[in-house]
Design a protein around this ligand. Structure first.
Ligand code: FAD
Length: 340
């Protein structure tokens, strides 16, 4: 990975010389840069140094001075600014057109996008416009001795990783996973701003209202999550798990089959297509430990599993395991907690 324990960036020896810049797309809203864009600047800084080329931020929008300053502060050598009059905030049609124009005019070697939903959408629509490919959800970058970018991404729900090279298409476009890379320490820095006024942009979208999403999934804030799976047999039996959860101050989550059957709301599903959780303690009850479930619980500090099948995969992915019938173990736990 690219996180350094000291938090200080150590400039690597260049392995090659690439003529074109490395760009990082700055995602922003209301004049403020999204923090994941700064993390990606940190990741791309190292790539640009290995390639012995310039690191540039690309900023699309209107009233973008603050964003330009921030890009320099977090490591950009120069900024390409596509000024889209009237489009202060992200609009897919307008920003795709503006960014594509900038790419065609200035030919970057690669463009890194943060893992925000707007930037991911923009990456895909722009890739089509400039006729290049897109490597999604990257977690590691390196440069080989030929100067080629090596982009590594998880596959099969995180079970394997693939490393992808692009010998032909330029620019190489990558989107990145949020929270994996570290921003550079802020610095007092300025550089060239290459500004383009982009006029007559067209859009098919009319933004009527912008509502900020207030709702946070309670699974994300829980100190203890108890996950319940198909071993519970029916909806009514979840009552004993809820009882245990109440005593522990825990939040109940479910495996996918339970959410699919409507036994619990979809926003309580834990896993790849549900919520990724990071509690101090996760207790998996009657859950087999399928890979799609495991990827959502890997961030838990301690995992405890209760399952009557000693060969269930969850036992290879837990800190403590109780092999036993949940209908015996859970009531016993409740009883012991009551005695405390
Ligand atoms: P099972 O696999 O049926 O396991 C039940 C377990 O309960 C067994 O290990 C059994 O030994 C145990 N058991 C039975 N009776 C008892 C008892 N009396 N006491 C103790 N233990 C008992 N799954 C998710 O959870 N989250 C996701 O986000 C998700 N996304 C998916 C995305 C894709 C694209 C695909 C293909 C699948 C996804 N799945 C997801 C489904 C996943 O593959 C598994 O099918 C699912 O996690 C299994 O749920 P389970 O562990 O509850 O059920």
């Amino acid at each position: 990975g690219m996180k350094t324990s000291s938090g200080v960036y150590e400039k690597p020896e260049p392995v090659t010389k690439v003529d074109h810049d490395i760009w990082v797309y700055m995602d922003h809203y209301d004049g403020n840069v999204n923090s994941t864009s700064l993390e990606i600047l940190g990741a791309a800084r190292r790539v640009a140094d290995l390639m012995n080329t310039k690191l540039a931020a690309v900023v699309i929008g209107d009233e973008i001075d603050n964003i330009i300053d921030t890009a320099f502060k977090y490591g950009a050598d120069r900024v390409y600014a596509g000024v889209t009059e009237g489009y202060k905030n992200y609009d897919n049609d307008a920003y795709t057109e503006a960014l594509s124009l900038m790419i065609k005019k200035y030919s970057p070697e690669a463009i890194f996008y943060p893992g925000t939903s707007n930037a991911r959408e923009l990456a895909s629509t722009t890739a089509i416009q400039v006729n290049t490919g897109l490597i999604a959800d990257c977690i590691i970058f390196d440069v080989d001795e030929k100067g080629q970018l090596l982009s590594t991404r998880p596959d099969f729900g995180g079970k394997e990783t693939s490393t992808i090279i692009c010998p032909n298409n330029r620019p190489i476009m990558v989107t990145t996973r949020s929270g994996v890379f570290s921003a550079m320490p802020p610095m007092d820095k300025k550089g060239d701003v290459i500004k383009e006024d982009i006029k007559d942009l067209k859009t098919r979208i009319k933004l009527l209202e912008y509502k900020k999403l207030e709702k946070r999934n309670i699974l994300n804030d829980a100190d203890i999550v108890i996950g319940v799976g198909r071993g519970i047999v029916n909806r009514d039996n979840i009552g004993i798990v809820e009882d245990l959860a109440n005593r522990l101050g825990a939040v109940v989550g479910v495996s996918k089959p339970l959410a699919d059957m409507g036994w619990y709301p979809k926003d309580r599903q834990v896993g790849q297509t549900g919520t990724t959780i990071h509690p101090n303690v996760y207790i998996a009850i009657g859950i087999s430990g399928a890979i799609q479930h495991l990827v959502g619980i890997q961030g838990s500090k301690k995992i405890i599993a209760i399952n009557n099948d000693p060969s269930a995969p969850i036992f290879e992915n837990c800190d403590y395991g109780i092999v036993g019938d949940l209908f015996t173990v859970v009531p016993e736990l409740i009883k012991r907690l009551g005695e405390q």
